[in-house]
Design a protein around this ligand. Structure first.
Ligand SMILES: Cc1cc2nc3c(=O)[nH]c(=O)nc-3n(C[C@H](O)[C@H](O)[C@H](O)COP(=O)(O)OP(=O)(O)OC[C@H]3O[C@@H](n4cnc5c(N)ncnc54)[C@H](O)[C@@H]3O)c2cc1C
Length: 487
């Protein structure tokens, strides 16, 4: 058992032949690529911190499967304390890299759900999924692998169920069952960290009906499996990374980049049985989705808290650099940002506190508070981004380039006319302005991502509405009693 360092993680991805494309060309070397390289640095950071005596307690733990020391990102949730530790860790990591940890984030939540559901399937159906899954995850922990979490299908016509789609592959499905495994076809889309992870862990995106057995499938494959094609996203902030002259303060988050998400196509991919964790058991899909969704919504919302922490800090710094740090309305805005942000985090902690443990020993948060926390996480991030723009000033969306600043004629003009607080150099102010461009979502996608990653608001409203409706008659009865009104 060896915990990888950041360098070992990067080398191990470099050694794989991952079939990933960007702008119609295969990326031959993701480590040194201007878009995938920085995204890998964010993942590498957690590998390195696991070796740092100051951070080891938070970044490592003991596996409940092997009893060995593992990276915390491969740990599954055994109780409320482990889950809260994961939330705190996500928040802290986001504060350190301001990026996404997708290559190791979603999969832990899927794995936690799969460990519980395979246990229950085996108990009732006499299958051997649990042993397979635990053997697989034990290897993930032992080899300290990064695993992308693949849930979202292309879904075709949203008004139709998987079995009713014109395109039968709109949801990943089993197209053949052989003696030694299954063959799958379809796609998973918008998967964070997919191309910079060693493995892909797949589960259904929704509950399936009896006639949708082919879609009730869960499995894992190495990311360089034959038949897998990945296409890297290209949001507009990434174009700047491809501009040959861009440098230095042209990037808000120079070291860690913008994001890494891919569309992944499965062209009749063979999966051996020891990597298949569900194969047609439709009756378990709803429960699996019902456990994984709230868990992941908590985890993806906790990193948004870290992003908002950076927005708060950045807003305070840029206000100082602009010379207005002590203004009353700035302080009020910072305080309102903090209020909205902590409201979300408090809900996530509440979801953990009111969570439950299944017979398999897996811990899951309470769905109501998880969904309220997720809804508020996105609302708070958009709000904080708005405040960040408001506090920064118009330059946050109208910056000049590093090349202009370096130019012997234009540079001194910028130096002269963009100086604000006399105690702060123009260079520092420009750098922070670019960072604010990044944090407010003009130069990044995290603010917008908060509206879709982990599901859009309608999904959260559905859960909250269902919970409210289940209680409403009782609440009406109570208020009528209190008012002494008889039917
Ligand atoms: C940057 C990024 C990273 C992501 N990372 C991951 C990841 O790592 N793993 C993963 O599995 N997924 C990931 N996702 C996918 C994310 O979970 C989905 O984007 C989200 O679930 C919404 O799905 P969609 O994008 O297909 O939008 P849609 O489902 O098309 O939703 C668009 C709108 O239509 C509404 N809508 C959809 N269906 C219906 C319906 N039947 N009736 C009424 N209204 C409907 C929705 O409420 C929403 O308002 C990521 C997404 C982004 C943007």
């Amino acid at each position: 058992m060896a915990l990888m360092t950041g360098q070992q993680y990067k080398d191990s991805i470099r050694d794989m032949d991952i079939n990933v494309y960007l702008m119609g060309k295969k990326i031959e070397n993701q480590v040194d690529h201007p878009i995938t390289g920085p995204a890998m640095e964010a993942v590498a950071l957690a590998y390195d911190l696991a070796h740092d005596p100051e951070h080891q307690d938070r970044l490592t733990t003991t596996s409940h499967i092997s009893g060995e020391k593992i990276n915390f990102f491969t740990h599954l949730y055994r109780d409320v304390d482990v889950f809260v530790k994961r939330l705190d860790l996500m928040r802290d990591m986001a504060r350190r890299h301001g990026m996404c940890h997708g290559a190791r984030c979603v999969s832990g939540n899927i794995a936690n759900g799969l460990e519980s559901i395979t246990f229950e399937m085996d108990k009732k159906l006499g299958t051997e999924y649990s042993k397979r899954f635990r053997t697989y995850w034990d290897r993930v922990q032992r080899e300290d692998l990064s695993v992308g979490g693949y849930i979202t299908d292309p879904k075709g016509d949203r008004s139709k169920r998987p079995a009713d789609q014109e395109n039968p592959d709109a949801y990943v499905r089993i197209v053949d069952e052989k003696k030694d495994g299954i063959v799958v076809r379809g796609a998973k889309v918008l998967i964070s960290g997919a191309s910079i992870a060693h493995e892909a862990l797949i589960m259904p995106t929704r509950g399936m009906r009896e006639d949708e057995k082919a879609h009730a499938v869960s499995f894992a494959v190495p990311t360089d499996t034959p038949g897998l094609t990945l296409v890297h996203q290209l949001p507009s902030p990434d174009f700047r990374r491809l501009a040959p002259d861009a440098a230095g303060s042209d990037f808000g988050n120079e070291r860690y980049g913008v994001y890494n998400a891919c569309q992944i196509f499965f062209d009749d991919v063979f999966v051996p049985w020891d990597r298949v964790f569900m194969c047609g058991e439709v009756e378990y899909t709803n429960t699996l989705v019902g456990r994984v969704s709230p868990t992941f919504r908590c985890v993806t919302s906790s990193c948004k808290c870290g992003h908002r922490d950076l927005l708060l800090g950045g807003s305070a710094v840029i206000a100082d650099y602009n010379g207005v740090g002590k203004a009353g309305h700035i302080r009020d805005k910072l305080s309102e940002m903090s209020f909205e942000s902590e409201l979300s985090y408090g809900c996530l902690l509440g979801a953990a506190q009111k969570g439950y443990t299944t017979e398999s020993g897996n811990f899951f948060p309470n769905a109501l508070y998880a969904n309220v926390g997720k809804y508020q996480a996105s609302k708070a991030l958009w709000f904080c981004a708005r405040m960040g723009v408001d506090i920064s000033g118009g330059l946050v969306m109208s910056m000049h380039s590093q090349k202009d600043m370096d130019d012997p004629v234009i540079g001194p003009l910028i130096e002269k006319y963009f100086k604000a607080n006399p105690e702060v150099s123009t260079e520092k102010r420009m750098k922070m302005m670019r960072m604010m461009e990044y944090l407010t979502g003009i130069g990044n996608i995290l603010v917008a991502e908060s509206s879709q990653g982990g599901a859009p608001t309608a999904n959260q409203q559905m859960v909250v509405n269902a919970a409210m409706r289940s209680q409403l008659e009782e609440y009406k009865k109570r208020v009528l009693e209190l008012a002494d009104i008889q039917d």
